[in-house]
Write a protein that binds this ligand. Structure first.
Ligand code: FES
Length: 76
């Protein structure tokens, strides 16, 4: 699929909770890692936290320049 075929996923993020954003596209739990990269020998997840509770749009096309957040690169 092309980046334009993807769209970001809106998620509610909780302050100080640890998240693992999928970087390899193989996860079946997008935009989060489900461990599939291990079987595929693909890139590992990117851990992140937020400093306040907030809604965010996380990238699923993996082309963003501001991971884990969608920066509109899927439209390029
Ligand atoms: S989904 Fe928008 S930049 Fe990846």
């Amino acid at each position: 699929m092309e980046p334009k075929d993807y769209s970001p996923v809106k998620v509610n993020l909780e302050k100080d909770k640890g998240y693992a954003w999928c970087t390899c596209s193989h996860s079946n739990n997008q935009p989060f890692c489900d461990g599939s990269h291990r079987a595929k020998n693909a890139t590992p997840s990117m851990g992140f936290t937020v400093t306040e509770d907030k809604d965010a749009y996380l990238c699923t096309c993996k082309q963003t320049k501001n991971p884990p957040y969608c920066d509109g690169s899927h439209n390029a």
